[in-house]
Design a protein around this ligand. Structure first.
Ligand code: SF4
Length: 170
């Protein structure tokens, strides 16, 4: 029996999929977030993990404070130049593939700290995949941001890091 014929018959009785699709399906419901919390936005992150909003419902509850066990960095708070090298080190220590969310105005663009000491957006030092607006963003907004990452994984959308590795920053 030709291979095509066998696959055709199998297709009528079951379903066929690729390994990458199975991997994406598992990955999008099992993100392990690492909160890089430096200020008030981190409190909203805690609320998102707590009982009321409960991101466990989506399989994202395994919050890790070891970068080697995390694949989703959530930068929640103001990042100044003093802490920036630590943030970059933690990011580099995370496993691949990894994604980044900039949560709140400070992480996204410096917020109202338009001064010499604050990084005016963490995408100046690490690649960012999703921006969550607000000061502070509500937990719903953060969950929406994580859904964006989930959709990226599902659709195989290129990450900001891919552009960085090719030398072009978004
Ligand atoms: S965006 Fe607003 S709530 Fe978030 S860390 Fe900055 S000042 Fe605080």
């Amino acid at each position: 029996m030709a291979v095509e014929e066998a696959l055709g018959q199998l297709g009528e009785r079951g379903f066929l999929t690729g390994f990458e699709k199975i991997l994406s399906w598992a990955r999008k419901y099992s993100l392990w977030p690492l909160p890089f919390g430096t200020a008030c936005c981190a409190i909203e992150f805690m609320a998102a993990v707590g009982t009321h909003y409960d991101i466990s419902r989506y399989g994202w509850e395994v919050v890790r404070f070891s970068p080697r066990q995390a694949d989703l960095m959530i930068v929640a708070g103001t990042v100044n130049y003093k802490i920036a090298p630590a943030l970059m080190t933690v990011y580099e220590q995370m496993l691949e593939p990894k994604w980044v969310i900039a949560m709140g105005a400070c992480a996204t663009c410096g917020g109202f700290y338009n001064n010499y000491s604050v990084v005016q957006g963490v995408d100046r030092i690490i690649p960012v995949d999703a921006y969550v607006p607000g000061c502070p963003p509500k937990p719903e907004a953060l969950i929406d941001g994580i859904f964006l990452i989930k959709d990226m994984i599902e659709k195989g959308t290129k990450r900001a890091r891919d552009a960085w590795e090719k030398g072009g920053r978004r």
